[in-house]
Design a protein. Structure first.
Length: 413
């Protein structure tokens, strides 16, 4: 299809802007352990590859790593499930990620073990402190970690101040309810103080990093109230709303879209990232509460179709800037963990990636899909609407998406 110079330039600029400020990748916090165990990674043709180089080759541009305060204090069960990332571990893996050309997302758990809506234990070394002491410790710990990461060449570009914290953090003193209020022993003031102190340290040591406040979709109707409540605390300044979305626990894609639409309206100055997602390739995830198999069977193709449809939905919204798969590097046990992840992106028998891994880069768009500039007269009707691939519409669009109109990229919601 021929395109005039003006339309083609508009499309190029549109795609270039989209690719520059959008990020796709995964939480690869166990990659080091798999490599140490001798796990072999391959491409779809069976060729052995170096994982980070391969991820880069396949269009991924950002990686996430979690950080625990002292994982040696975690239970043996939690250690066997992947709680091993202390500061030395993260410094080494973070430097590798940055050296490979990726953006780095650092996920502070502020605990010795897993944190999520069901658990946010205070680190054992901080357990005797009162709320004021814990707030001070959050600042000191965050600042020290970031100083060391900077010195090691592992400066983060995105920083999560807490992991899935829509029920607070550092329990019991920092426990809250998403919709307002707090259980006995906790308070929003404590919670906000912990966040403020962590954010302050981030801004001092990594002034160019963007701050993420991360919530899970367990109670999606409460999320607008949660973020609205945080808006009232002057020290809680952040740029990105991070969300965990797993269909097995959080229902269909429409449920996520409803949350995005609500947050986009309520928090227009914030970007949104899906910092955790995953869908099974074979078996139901543990404790699954929502069966999506009538739409996406537990097969490689079902996983790929879920990924493609999720990306199609996310790309309707200009505010959505990131998509990160949880634990994509799981590639066979090899005694790294006590179980494997049913939503990994690798076939545990062959070491080859599933099709969904190759689908992820479509979140960024494909600038190479634009045809060469055609130097014919500028006859484009600037008042018409065009798709990003240059097709002229008969009137205004009636579906959500990104279009060219009057020489500019327009988002139709």
């Amino acid at each position: 299809m021929k395109k005039t110079l003006l339309l083609t330039i508009c499309c190029i600029l549109s795609f270039a802007a989209s690719a520059q400020d959008k990020f796709v990748g995964g939480d690869i916090s166990l990659l080091t352990k798999y490599e140490e165990a001798g796990v072999v990674y391959k491409d779809k043709n069976g060729n052995t590859v170096q994982p980070l180089a391969f991820f880069k080759q396949e269009g991924l541009n950002a990686m996430r790593v979690r950080l625990f305060v002292d994982p040696s204090k975690a239970s043996e069960e939690d250690k066997k499930e992947g709680v091993v990332q202390d500061l030395e571990y993260v410094k080494a893996l973070g430097k590798r990620i940055k050296d490979a050309g990726f953006k780095l997302m650092l996920d502070f758990h502020y605990s010795d073990t897993w944190t999520d809506p069901g658990q946010h234990s205070t680190p054992s070394a901080w357990s005797t402190l009162d709320a004021e002491g814990i707030a001070d410790k959050v600042y000191e710990y965050t600042k020290d970690c970031l100083q060391q990461l900077n010195t090691s060449g592992a400066t983060p570009d995105f920083i999560q101040v807490g992991n899935e914290i829509n029920v607070g953090m550092l329990w019991p003193t920092g426990a809250v309810y998403e919709s307002g209020g707090a259980p006995a022993g906790g308070s929003w003031n404590n919670f906000a103080s912990y966040l403020s102190n962590g954010i302050k340290a981030c801004n001092e040591e990594c002034p160019n990093a963007q701050i993420i406040i991360h919530a899970a979709l367990n109670e999606p109707n409460n999320l607008p109230a949660f973020y609205n409540k945080l808006d009232g605390y002057t020290g809680v300044k952040y740029q990105i709303i991070g969300l965990s979305y797993y269909p097995a626990y959080h229902k269909n894609i429409q449920a996520l879209e409803n949350v995005i639409m609500n947050l986009e309206t309520q928090e227009p100055d914030k970007d949104i990232m899906i910092v955790e997602t995953g869908y099974s390739y074979a078996w139901a995830l543990p404790k699954t509460t929502y069966n999506y198999t009538s739409t996406y069977p537990y097969t490689e193709e079902g996983q790929r179709n879920f990924t493609a449809d999720l990306i199609t939905m996310l790309n309707k919204y200009e505010c959505v800037k990131g998509l990160f798969w949880w634990w994509p590097e799981d590639n066979g046990n090899k005694n790294v963990t006590t179980s494997w992840w049913n939503a990994a992106l690798y076939n545990h028998n062959t070491g080859q990636p599933y099709a969904a891994l190759y689908e992820l880069k479509s979140f960024l768009g494909d600038p190479s899909g634009i045809e060469t500039i055609n130097r014919e007269p500028l006859t484009v009707n600037q008042h018409a609407w065009y798709t990003l691939d240059g097709r002229k519409l008969n009137g205004a669009p009636n579906q959500r998406g990104i279009y060219i109109h009057n020489g500019k990229k327009m988002v139709v919601r």
